[in-house]
Design a protein around this ligand. Structure first.
Ligand code: C2E
Ligand code: CA
Ligand code: CA
Length: 533
């Protein structure tokens, strides 16, 4: 019997005992006890009367004892062995009632294992459980004995901190960093090592809308929502403004059609460079919503709504139009941007007229098709047998566009599919690039992907390169292009020209190679990030 089944059986027994107890301890039941005794005597004589007189009070005592056990023994999560959220909050409320001085002094953290669904799908459910258990143990090891660690929904865990040493923002940021570092350490699984990262949201003492444990934990969860909507590995402190923005999120969906109409959704640009020479070889286009009230909204927050509303096609059109406009503007100023890479959703690729629409726009801007890279997720080509998608990608390729296979390594595309979908370049997913300089397993995986690409005569790009050391290893392994915060974060159109000028002027002075040139963009200092792209 596995942990999940044991838990279900215990829950069923618990429910049964609750029912019996609620009957036996109900005051109305006390009123019918004389009648029960008389009936017993009438039916079964003295023996039955004695039995009822002993059994009823004994049952009440036993049920009460079990109920006490149920109240005092909280249910543990079968996967991690942690307390569940409700019990952790209830225990804390109780502690605060006994010691009201501590109310207003507690802090809470909410931690999520990044991209856990993908990890779970890639390695299987049992591996997913091992990873969650390892992360729970690590979380426990970072906080103090009397802090309460508990399980939230999915791949999320929480901590309620009673330590007065954790009263200020700085200590909580440091603690969040320590948690992230511990979780990032490799996890051994069937002879291989797996890397995961974590996002953290926290609520500092006295910052929640009220001082109850529920409010503090809820605020930490809200901060985590904010952290995860800004990519992976982020840390966020709860602010009241965050609550307002969350309320607005529903409103975002209502605003989306108008936002597309009014071009509030703009392309931001992230350079891609030659790993060997450092030359700029292209620019990826990433959507950002410049919302009049909420500020800059990342795609993670509005793409699901766009998909739900069937607006991904409209989004693609405006991204293409604005990107080609940008390309022509860079051409006019001699900025020498060779090409732009656009992300195409499967919804767009299922549109039978997409290739004609793109051809028409390229003609209108007089841009050669080989300056447009079509980025398609590996998951799309791995999971589709849709003829239109295959036909469209072939038609893009025949027209001269290049096909980039995005997030490679996460989608299980077969070699046959890579050929069938006319792929030109593989974009090695960020999860394989992280810490490639310090981990031999990561290096082996990327080396294997690069060998496969070479055999298939495919070009390669590594995503999410954050440090010069990662860049150096990728260059040594023979990866052709790199992209990531270590070179540049995504930026608005107005910043691209000045960035290119600075980057190229540094290149001419630089005598130590491309790795040194990207050094000033190295991994950002730990701590909650500001409004980032
Ligand atoms: P993607 O295509 O894999 O884009 C890379 C994502 O990683 C971007 O997130 C980028 O900001 C982030 N990134 C780049 N370098 C680094 C790094 O060194 N470290 C870390 N931690 N992150 C890095 P972003 O802009 O939030 O986009 C998220 C996803 O949204 C994109 O993932 C893409 O799948 C989708 N997306 C963005 N724009 C569009 C669009 O116009 N159309 C469609 N269909 N999807 C889009
Ligand atoms: Ca992409
Ligand atoms: Ca990607």
């Amino acid at each position: 019997m596995d942990g999940d089944m044991v838990q279900s059986v215990l829950q069923a027994v618990d429910r049964y005992l609750s029912l019996v107890q609620s009957i036996l301890t109900n005051p109305r039941f006390a009123a019918v006890i004389p009648m029960v005794c008389l009936s017993a005597f009438w039916i079964g004589g003295e023996g039955a009367l004695v039995a009822v007189a002993i059994v009823v009070p004994t049952s009440v005592v036993i049920c009460n004892a079990f109920s006490h056990r149920r109240d005092t023994l909280p249910t543990a999560d079968p996967v991690t062995g942690l307390l569940c959220r409700d019990d952790a909050v209830a225990d804390t409320e109780l502690a605060l009632k006994e010691n009201p001085v501590r109310a207003g002094m507690i802090a809470a953290l909410a931690v999520e294992i990044d991209e856990f669904t993908e990890v779970d799908v890639r390695h299987g459910q049992s591996a997913g459980h091992t990873i969650q258990r390892a992360c729970a143990e690590r979380l426990r090891s970072v906080v103090r004995e009397h802090d309460v660690v508990f399980r939230l929904q999915g791949a999320r865990m929480g901590v309620i901190l009673f330590s007065s040493a954790m009263a200020d923002l700085e200590s909580l940021i440091q603690l969040s960093n320590r948690i992230q570092q511990r979780i990032q350490e490799p996890i051994s699984l069937d002879g291989t090592r797996i890397f995961v990262s974590a996002s953290v949201g926290f609520c500092a003492p006295g910052r929640a809308p009220s001082q109850s444990a529920e409010a503090v934990v809820g605020a930490a969860e809200q901060a985590l929502e904010d952290a995860t909507s800004n990519g992976t590995g982020a840390i966020r402190a709860f602010t009241l403004d965050m609550r307002r923005r969350a309320r607005n999120r529903g409103v975002l969906s209502d605003d989306l059609p108008k936002a597309l109409e009014e071009k509030q959704i703009k392309p931001w640009f992230q350079p891609q460079v030659d790993a060997e020479t450092g030359d700029v070889t292209g620019i990826e286009v990433l959507a950002r919503w410049d919302h009049p009230q909420s500020g800059l909204v990342p795609p993670g927050e509005f793409l699901p709504a766009a998909e739900h509303l069937g607006l991904l096609g409209r989004l693609g059109e405006t991204m293409l139009y604005q990107s080609l406009n940008a390309l022509r503007a860079w051409d006019a100023t001699g900025s020498d941007v060779p090409n732009v890479s656009l992300n195409f959703s499967s919804e767009e690729l299922r549109n039978p007229t997409i290739v004609e629409q793109v051809r028409w726009e390229l003609d209108r801007f007089d841009v050669a098709p080989d300056r447009l890279n079509v980025e398609v997720l590996e998951t799309v080509i791995a999971q589709t047998s849709n003829d239109t998608i295959i036909r469209n990608l072939r038609a893009f390729s025949e027209m001269g566009c290049r096909i980039d296979l995005d997030d490679f390594g996460t989608g299980h595309a077969s070699i046959a599919n890579i050929k069938r979908f006319s792929v030109d370049r593989i974009k090695v997913d960020r999860s394989f690039v992280t810490q490639i300089d310090s981990d031999a397993d990561q290096q082996n995986i990327v080396a294997a992907i690069l060998t496969l690409a070479e055999r298939m005569q495919l070009d390669t790009l590594a995503e999410g390169v954050e440090t010069p050391a990662e860049h150096a290893v990728l260059r040594r392994l023979g990866c052709r292009h790199i992209q990531g915060y270590g070179i540049a974060r995504p930026m608005p159109f107005d910043d691209v020209g000045p960035w290119l000028a600075r980057y190229r002027s540094r290149a001419t002075k630089d005598t130590t190679g491309p790795a040194a040139r990207s050094a000033d963009n190295a991994r950002p200092a730990p701590g909650p990030r500001g409004k980032t792209a």
